[in-house]
Write a protein that binds this ligand. Structure first.
Ligand code: TXA
Ligand code: MG
Length: 332
């Protein structure tokens, strides 16, 4: 069988943005950078294009997508904003925050993007290329992270090509994503705002704008409650968390100025102990250490505040036993 052609990886100049927008308008998929991770984009109003996303990622149909807008006024046309949404949008957009809100009755975004729910996750990304692409298409862009379901999210164009090479023809490349973790997902459809996924905007910053967030209900994953358990970000090699020693058969994912000694191979998320730097490095370092050369990746403790909450969330998913998770948890 002949291999599909390798995707073109191109700098997001005007020509490339116009070509990408044409592909999207024709119902095709395009991978593009955001400040968080690379996304696999489709015209959010086109059912067939959205269906292609689920197929390319092998993503369960009950796991809904985030829809991206160039401006918050455009998002207001498809979902119902309440006062909390107004305040969050004006203080934290553009930025790594996705809001789950009720669909407007006349919302033209594909129902497939909502995976059968009456809600839609929306965000305005803080990335020039993403903004230019959405503007050039003139429509919202639905985009999950540009990885196969169950894999670690891509923070470079090369990661996208590795994981989705056969299914996407064009990858816009603006270098490594500065945030490095997916957006924070907050559900505003109930009386109490719920944190569905910790991410690139800290809980502390969100709570400073709208007050306390409730943790997500840990009901069984499925159509009513996607999002909170929605990934297992699994490397092939097992992870051992909170490591205070490192064995001869382990690679080390270190954090801070005093990395454990004696590992055959070690990478440090942030020698300075900076959580922003650690978040930006997390996925690329997990990929780099995901080699059969060692039994496990030992991970040093990471403080559980600020961006550390999202880093620890992703590490916990990556460390969870696979056989239960693959069946039970939808992946992003
Ligand atoms: O940073 C990001 O959010 C990246 C970039 C590309 O924007 N996108 C991303 O998408 O991470 P994805 O599909 O990998 O993760 C979306 C998460 C999933 O956990 C999904 O279940 C949740 O958001 N989600 C989306 N729509 C939802 C909805 N209507 N209700 C509850 N959860 C929702
Ligand atoms: Mg994802």
């Amino acid at each position: 069988m002949s291999q599909p052609p390798a995707p073109a990886i191109v700098a997001p100049n005007q020509t490339a943005i116009a070509e990408a927008a044409d592909l999207l308008a024709g119902g095709n998929l395009v991978a593009f950078p955001t400040e968080t991770v690379y996304g696999l984009g489709a015209d959010a109003l086109n059912d067939r294009a959205i269906a292609r996303i689920f197929k390319a990622k092998r993503r369960p149909r009950f796991n809904p997508l985030i829809v991206h807008f160039a401006r918050s006024t455009d998002a207001r046309e498809v979902v119902v904003f309440d006062e909390r949404a107004e305040r969050l949008a004006s203080s934290l957009w553009p930025g790594p925050l996705s809001l789950v809100l009720a669909r407007q009755p006349a919302c033209r975004v594909s129902l497939l993007a909502s995976a059968g729910l009456e809600t839609l996750a929306v965000r305005v990304p803080d990335n020039d290329c993403a903004q230019a692409l959405i503007e050039a298409l003139g429509r919202p862009v639905a985009a999950p992270s540009a990885n196969r379901s169950g894999q670690v999210s891509p923070t470079t164009a090369a990661h996208v090509a590795e994981g989705l090479g056969g299914t996407v023809t064009l990858i816009l490349d603006s270098g490594p994503c500065p945030v490095g973790l997916e957006s924070t997902v907050v559900d505003l459809t109930g009386g109490v705002a719920q944190l569905l996924r910790p991410g690139g905007v800290t809980v502390e910053r969100i709570e400073a704008v709208i007050g306390p967030l409730a943790p997500a209900d840990r009901g069984p994953p499925g159509p009513r409650a996607p999002g909170q358990l929605a990934s297992h970000y699994a490397p092939d090699v097992a992870l051992r968390l909170e490591a205070t020693t490192v064995g001869p058969d382990e690679a080390l994912l270190a954090f801070g100025p005093e990395p454990l000694q004696g590992a055959t191979k070690a990478l440090n998320l942030s020698p300075a102990g900076d959580l922003v730097e650690a978040a930006a490095n997390l996925f690329a370092m997990l990929r780099a250490l995901d080699r059969p050369d060692w039994q496990r990746i030992a991970v040093m403790p990471i403080p559980d505040h600020g961006l550390g909450l999202a880093v620890n969330d992703r590490l916990a998913r990556a460390a969870a036993p696979r056989d239960t998770l693959v069946e039970e948890l939808p992946s992003g």
